[in-house]
Design a protein around this ligand. Sequence first.
Ligand SMILES: [Fe+2]
Length: 368
Amino acid sequence: MNYNTENDLIKFLKKIDRKKKFIITGKKSYYNSGANKYFKKYFNKNTNFFFKRENIPTLSELKKIIISLKRFNPDIIFAIGGGSVMDYAKIANNLNDLDNLKKNIIFSKKKFRKISQLIAIPTTAGSGSEVTSGAVIYINKIKYSVDGKDIIPDNFFLVPKFIIKNNKKLKISSGFDAISQAVESLISLKSNQKSLMYAKKSLKLCLGNYLNFINKPNFKNSFEMSLGANLAGKAIAISKTTAPHAVSYPLTSHFGISHGNAVSITLDDFLLFNYLNLEKSMSKFDLKKRYNLLFRLTNSKNIFELIEFIKDLKKKSGTEDDFNKLNLKKEIVLPKIMSGVNLMRLSNNPINLKIEDLKFILSNRFTK
Ligand SMILES: [Fe+2]
């Protein structure tokens, strides 16, 4: 299996020495990961940088990136950073008609025209965005997805030394995103044998390394976490995500809850809801068998032990899922989630979720 490691990256960088390079990154991700020192000798000529400023990908910043990209007209684009950097690079490289940008995003028009080759180097473990066919962009705090095989980066490299230096908060959030993506992929209506294989491998790696990666980071657990996140990305590129992701987006755009944290809040709730409604599953696969697999992967005997396992993982990692402690008031949060929930992601949930189910599940979160 080709992991696209650091050695491969160095060979690649030497090969493209004379090419025009455009780097999309964030100040924090570039400097804190040590990428600035690492790439210094490779990015010293024919190179243009765009440092993103926004915490979540927005239309106005995307426009700025597209303008710079078109002006510089690079041979190669590098996206070096976390999920938002990847989102920007994937969209800007493919959907770049500035006059119709907003319209094309809102109406999911796939008017893709590639500017150049895109290389993704994640500095988190992670969204897996380096291998997914989707990219997120927020317009007026509403989440939109640009989807299509054409926007998948042409290549990616996993460099554990960039990830090992992540601060704890980033490790907690991005690692939980990877875990949730793999779990959601396992039970998504669009899951198939290939995504199942990726999700299984991802969970073995992520669950085996997550806590140590946060508390005792070393090269091995950083590498295995980044590989686990990458495999979760490959899994959701096929299966997409489900309910926990669907309700997470308003929490991020309106209340600044980091993506992985926002996803973690309802993961156990939806796992329980789906299990209690197994007989209503709309999946082509046997949902009970998928749960049995989750039980084995988490050393749980039944659904209650699985729920405990997830809660325990949140507690031990320091992932805050208490709306009260997150300073979120029910009367403000609930309407924002209900109006901003992503219906496309919700439709991948194996059990049909009615508005009342959603309200019930979310309301319970305030009384826990
Ligand atoms: Fe995610």
